[in-house]
Design a protein around this ligand. Structure first.
Ligand SMILES: [Zn+2]
Length: 361
């Protein structure tokens, strides 16, 4: 039998609400310490989950325990050129390496964040520019079968939002929205501590919110999407249009703004304005306490945020009259790993309470 170390509820991410405590059953001959709050979950043995962040360029994975401590991390290239089966094998090998390195601990499950839409029930990835080979392929079930472990798929921006809720800037709230500013703009909505999925799993595509009617064309078929007016790609293409340079990156435009270049500053103002319109809509709809921004353009905060806050104040009665924070996310590119790893803990806790598997996670 494993030695029992009772941990207080506050240190265990899996502990259910005290109201659900009677649902717990204790193994024969075991009992909780009299008068103290102890946790059945972590009474057995150390437990951990594995989060995977499958990007178009890099495959990263981490073993993370239920208190959010990263136990081990590995990363490598995503070998898309070698085909889907090679990528799946790389994912499985990464997970096995992390799992087999801690034989004395219990693996709760595996969460995988992927760039693309997720069909939650089927465990499919659809509409991913980065992973076209995975279209209509039962990737979750295939990996589950190879590993013999529960696997949960999640959109990468949703996973990042959940990571910020668990261990980042959103630790003190249950409701938040994250916008990830990159090549495009991803979004994740955390409501009551969980990812808001919509009816098939495609909610939170905040980058495709219209912020400029008749604006820049987007690959999604719309015009004026947020990501066409506030992403790193927008910053670079606006710089080209304004003759600042043909090969400037968003970072290059930021450096020009630091030097006082007026056109570079104007680009960040227009980006901030687009973000402000989007955020004011979100605030008006959700009335959440926290909205987070992450991604490469964040260092330019001082250049884009004045216009962003100006728009939000002008357009949102809710913002002006409720304590609402718009802040920088804090986990950087680890957010997705944290969120992916948190998914199995959440699912296990729900299973404990509900008594039946729940595929909504
Ligand atoms: Zn779009």
């Amino acid at each position: 039998m494993h030695p029992v170390v009772w941990l207080p509820l506050s240190t265990c991410g899996l502990a259910p609400e005290p109201a659900f405590w009677p649902l717990h059953t204790w193994p024969d001959g075991w009992k909780a310490n009299e008068g103290s709050e102890t946790c059945y979950h972590c009474g057995f043995m150390d437990q951990f989950s594995i989060g995977v962040d499958l990007g178009g360029t890099n495959l990263r994975a981490a073993a993370i325990d239920d208190r959010g401590e990263i136990l081990q991390r590995i990363s490598g290239a995503t070998n898309l050129s070698e085909g889907r089966d090679a990528v799946v094998d790389d994912i499985v090998r990464s997970i096995e390496a992390l799992r087999d390195a801690r034989p004395g601990s219990r693996l709760v499950g595996v969460g995988i964040g992927v760039p693309g839409f997720i069909l939650i029930e089927k465990g499919y990835i659809v509409g991913s520019n980065n992973l076209p080979d995975f279209e209509n392929f039962p990737v979750r079930d295939v990996i589950e079968q190879k590993l013999g472990t529960k696997v949960i798929l999640e959109n990468d921006a949703n996973a990042a939002a959940l990571g910020e809720k668990w261990m980042g800037a959103g630790r003190d709230v249950d409701d938040l929205i994250l916008l990830t500013l990159g090549t495009g703009i991803g979004g994740g909505i955390i409501s009551n501590g969980r990812v808001l999925h919509g009816h098939v799993g495609m909610a939170g595509e905040l980058g495709h919110m219209t912020v400029v009617p008749g604006g820049n064309p987007c690959g999604c078929g719309n015009f004026g999407c947020l990501e066409k007016h506030a992403s790193a790609t927008y910053i670079a293409s606006a710089a080209k249009l304004l003759s600042l340079g043909d090969a400037l990156t968003a970072e290059g435009v930021y450096r020009l703004a630091l030097q006082g270049e007026a056109r570079a500053k104007m680009i960040f103002e227009s980006m901030g304005s687009a973000l402000g319109i989007a955020l004011s809509n979100l605030i008006n709809i959700f009335n959440f306490p926290l909205y987070l921004l992450s991604g490469g353009p964040l260092p330019a905060w001082d250049f884009f945020s004045p216009a962003m806050f100006r728009e939000v104040k002008a357009r949102s009665f809710t913002y002006r009259n409720t304590p609402t924070r718009i802040e920088k996310a804090t986990l950087g590119n680890l957010a997705g790993l944290y969120g992916a790893a948190y998914l199995p803990f959440q699912a296990a806790a729900a299973l404990e309470v509900a008594g039946s598997p729940d595929r909504r996670f």
